[in-house]
Design a protein around this ligand. Structure first.
Ligand code: CA
Length: 227
């Protein structure tokens, strides 16, 4: 049975989550504040954490940092905040994904299943020699991309971006993280660089670059590689 730690101070939402999760055979552990969440995350070793960012005693991002100090458990953020900056802070602190309130229960459950699945079958960047999709094949060791019969030439910057994205298939990688890792701290606000380079990557890899299948934009947030 998958054990989910629900960290939320809104009793109505807790009740709704509990009913829905238990109906789908999840075991639910509840925490109404950050301190309880940190204690239960250690004591009950949940398989996933649903985390509200606005908690009565501390910022949810602090909970993420506290949990990440010891555990790789998937953390799905429930955010009432609409600024992408807050969500990016949560993702940078180590959250795996987020849903914005109000969310549909179906969407939440789909994200939760995806997060726990990724945990069961981690596709580690170091361990895998490459990735094959219906459209292209990436050989990381040889630093080679083949599309159909042809080798695709990528610039070092394009490679770096692509490596960061395919390292965690299905995961959102924040704009800030990509800019920091590829261009450095002085460029962390230069989101236009990302738009330009992602457009180039799509032209080289996607059958229909204006409607990408593999290199997905999350507006205002970042990008994800969908295998
Ligand atoms: Ca709250």
């Amino acid at each position: 049975m998958t054990r989910v730690l629900v960290v939320e101070d809104d009793p109505q939402l807790v009740r709704a989550l509990k009913i829905n999760l238990q109906a789908r055979k999840f075991e639910v552990v509840e925490a109404g504040d950050g301190a309880t969440a940190l204690r239960l995350a250690a004591a009950r070793t949940p398989d996933a954490i649903l985390l509200d960012l606005g908690l009565p005693d501390m910022d949810g991002v602090e909970v993420i940092r506290g949990v990440r100090g010891r555990s790789h458990v998937p953390i799905l953020v429930l955010s009432a905040r609409h600024t992408s900056e807050e969500k990016i802070r949560a993702l940078d602190a180590g959250a795996d994904d987020y849903v914005t309130k109000p969310f549909s229960m179906d969407e939440l459950l789909a994200r939760l299943r995806a997060a726990t699945r990724r945990r069961e079958a981690p596709a580690s960047p170091a361990g895998i020699p490459g990735i094959a999709t219906d459209e292209f094949t990436i050989d990381l060791a040889a630093r080679k991309v083949v599309r159909g019969e042809r080798t695709v030439r990528l610039t070092p910057t394009e490679w770096h971006l692509l490596e960061l994205l395919i390292a965690r298939p299905g995961h959102l990688v924040s704009q800030r993280r990509l800019l920091l890792e590829v261009w450095g701290p002085a460029y962390s606000e230069h989101t236009n660089y990302l738009r330009v380079y992602m457009a180039q990557l799509r032209r080289k890899l996607e059958a229909n670059p204006s409607r990408p299948r593999y290199l997905i934009t999350e507006p205002g947030m970042g990008y994800r590689f969908e295998p």
